[in-house]
Design a protein around this ligand. Structure first.
Ligand SMILES: Nc1ncnc2c1ncn2[C@@H]1O[C@H](COP(=O)(O)OP(=O)(O)OP(=O)(O)O)[C@@H](O)[C@H]1O
Ligand SMILES: NC(=O)c1ccc[n+]([C@@H]2O[C@H](CO)[C@@H](O)[C@H]2O)c1
Length: 207
């Protein structure tokens, strides 16, 4: 049995969830893990002097638990007690002849947490420009909802800071232009993954 772990990182509202769901429908034995499921409850999230809840930082997340969940999945990818969503679609276009299990971890802060650096077989990062991000974000309602000034005062500056840190510390990131159509993004990433899996085969991996 072989496991393949895909990181699908990137800016808030970049289209990570949309792309992950689409990929999981076409890839064999594919599950999705959402970093957003590891947010701490509101009462445990720090508040700054402006009253902004500090959601867009690693401290707002139970990252150790996220790492534990990924490690449990790696040890036993078919164990349904691990809180990961497996795609039930029967219309997988890529059939796995041998036993390969794929995990797509999607989230806005995947590559800034050292203990996770070792797990990725492929790292993607979705970007969209400031204006588009602000527009998409304004159509979403989080719990708690963004207060006035939150995007410009917290979300975007934290995104830029983390992206800069990621670029200083991480190699092999495949950047994706999130303004492309859902179809374009899907086919680009899908083909890239299939090619990567083929390379494994050529190097004698059995799956
Ligand atoms: N390729 C695309 N082109 C245009 N709009 C898109 C595209 N993909 C997703 N969207 C839209 O952008 C918004 C955010 O998408 P999605 O929830 O997939 O992003 P996300 O990166 O998972 O966001 P977050 O992690 O902040 O919740 C949704 O309204 C979605 O319909
Ligand atoms: N899921 C949550 O608990 C929550 C609460 C408030 C804000 N957010 C936002 O989610 C985004 C990541 O997907 C971040 O930009 C958070 O601001 C999440």
């Amino acid at each position: 049995m072989k496991v393949f772990i895909i990181g699908l990182g990137g800016v808030t509202n970049g289209g990570k969830t949309t792309l992950a769901k689409r990929l999981s429908k076409q890839l064999p034995n594919c599950s999705i893990l959402c970093q957003d499921d590891f947010f701490k409850p509101e009462s445990e999230v720090e508040v700054d002097e402006r009253g902004f809840k500090q959601y867009d930082v690693l401290d707002a997340l139970y990252m150790e638990e996220m790492v534990r969940t990924i490690h449990s999945w790696m040890k036993n990818p078919t164990d349904s007690s691990v809180s990961i969503t497996e795609s039930k679609s029967t219309h997988k276009s890529l059939k796995s002849t041998e036993d390969i299990h794929i995990l797509i971890a999607e989230g806005f802060l995947l590559y800034n947490y050292e203990p996770l650096n070792e797990v990725w077989d492929r790292r993607y990062f979705l970007t969209i420009p400031y204006e588009e991000c602000k527009r998409r974000r304004s159509t979403r309602v989080y719990q708690p909802a963004d207060p006035p000034g939150y995007f410009d005062g917290h979300v975007w500056p934290m995104y830029l800071k983390h992206k800069r840190e990621m670029e200083e510390n991480t190699n092999n990131i495949v950047y994706l232009d999130g303004t492309k159509s859902e179809e374009d993004l899907f086919s680009h990433v899908y083909n890239d993954i299939v090619q990567e899996l083929e390379t494994w085969k050529n190097f004698g991996m059995t799956f």
